[in-house]
Design a protein. Structure first.
Length: 305
C-alpha cells in the first residue's frame, strides 16, 4: 500500500512546485525577517529540506504562534492552500480497488466591513482510482467540487466562541462519469469552535441536496459532520483528531472515517508551510466503499496577511 502511495505522490511534486511558485507571485509576502533557506540543488534534497529545515528565529516568533492557531481555525482570516492526499483501499465487490485523492483546498478570507469576513473554502479533488468501480477499470481526473462560503464575525463572542455560516454548493466538475455525481447541489453550512490555550475544539457541518443535473443519476441528499480536536505544542507541532462523517439520506448509510494527523509548521526557502501525515480508519462505510485503514499526507502553503 505504502509503495503505491509514495509512487503516486511523487508524480504530484512538479504540480506542487508550480502551484507554490504561482501563488508566491500573486500574494504579497510582508515578512522580510523570514530569511530563506540556503539554495538546494536537487529535488530529493528539496523534499528532504521540507521536512527537516527549521529557522530558529521563525520558530520562536509570536507570529508563528498565531499562524499555528489560525490553521486550526476553519474560518480564520488567513490565506492558505492545503493540499491533502488521501489513500484508501478495499473498494469494489472484490475489495481490491484503491483510490488516491488529492484535495486542493484553497481558503481565502475577504473582509466585508469592520465586523465581518467572508471565508471562501473550496475542495477540488483530483482522483486516481484503480480496479474500481469494476475490476480492471482505472480512471484519473477531477471529481466534483464543493464550494463553501462562511459569513463570520471578525471577533469571537463574549464567551470565546468563533463561528461562521453560509451556503455550500456541489459543482459537477468531474471529468468522468465514474468520478462524480453529475449533479448540482446546494445547502447550508456552519462551523463553531473555541480556542483555549493550546486546544482547539469544535465542529463543521453541511447538508447538500441536488437540484439539477443528469436525470439518470441518483439524487443527492447528504449531511456532512466534522467534529474536530487539535492540540498545539510549544514547538508548533499540531496533533489533530477528527471524523469526516457523511450520512446519505437516499441510501440511508453512514460513511465514517476517523482521522489522526500530526503536522509541523516551518518555513521552506522563505515560504511558510505546514507539513503533516497521519492515518485514517473507516469505522463504517457502505458496501463496496473504502474499508479498514488509510493514509493521509498534508502540505499547506500559508500566506499571512
Amino acid at each position: 500500500m505504502f509503495v503505491k502511495l509514495i509512487d503516486r505522490s511523487l508524480r504530484c511534486l512538479p504540480m506542487l512546485e508550480s502551484l507554490s511558485s504561482a501563488l508566491k507571485n500573486q500574494v504579497d509576502w510582508p515578512h522580510p525577517e523570514f530569511t530563506g533557506v540556503a539554495s538546494i540543488k536537487s529535488r530529493s534534497a528539496r523534499v528532504t529540506a521540507l521536512f527537516v529545515t527549521l529557522c530558529p528565529s521563525f520558530a520562536c516568533s509570536d507570529e508563528r504562534d498565531d499562524i499555528a492557531q489560525q490553521l486550526a481555525n476553519p474560518v480564520a482570516s488567513l490565506i492558505s492552500v492545503p493540499l491533502q492526499l488521501n489513500y484508501d483501499e478495499k473498494f469494489g465487490a472484490d475489495a481490491k480497488g484503491t483510490l488516491l485523492r488529492l484535495n486542493v483546498q484553497p481558503v481565502i478570507p475577504i473582509g466585508l466591513n469592520d465586523d465581518w469576513n467572508l471565508i471562501s473554502r473550496t475542495i477540488l479533488p483530483v482522483v486516481n482510482q484503480q480496479d474500481f468501480p469494476v475490476p480492471g477499470y482505472s480512471e484519473w481526473g477531477l471529481s466534483d467540487t464543493v464550494q463553501s462560503l462562511f459569513f463570520s464575525p471578525k471577533e469571537p463572542t463574549s464567551n470565546g466562541w468563533i463561528w461562521g455560516a453560509g451556503p455550500a454548493f456541489l459543482i459537477p466538475t468531474a471529468t468522468d462519469e465514474f468520478l462524480g455525481t453529475e449533479k448540482w447541489g446546494a445547502g447550508p453550512t456552519a462551523v463553531a469552535l473555541k480556542q483555549s490555550g493550546p486546544w482547539t475544539y469544535g465542529g463543521l457541518t453541511n447538508h447538500i441536496e441536488s437540484f439539477a443535473g443528469e436525470s439518470g443519476r441518483a439524487d443527492i441528499s447528504a449531511t456532512f459532520l466534522q467534529p474536530f480536536l487539535t492540540y498545539i505544542t510549544p514547538a508548533k507541532t499540531t496533533f489533530a483528531l477528527n471524523t469526516e462523517s457523511t450520512y446519505d439520506w437516499e441510501a440511508q448509510e453512514w460513511s465514517v472515517p476517523i482521522n489522526f494527523t500530526v503536522s509541523q509548521l516551518l518555513q521552506m526557502r522563505g515560504q511558510i508551510v505546514s507539513v503533516g501525515a497521519g492515518v485514517r480508519y473507516w469505522a463504517t462505510s457502505p458496501d463496496s466503499a473504502a474499508d479498514g485503514w488509510g493514509v493521509r499526507l498534508i502540505f499547506t502553503l500559508v500566506y499571512p496577511r
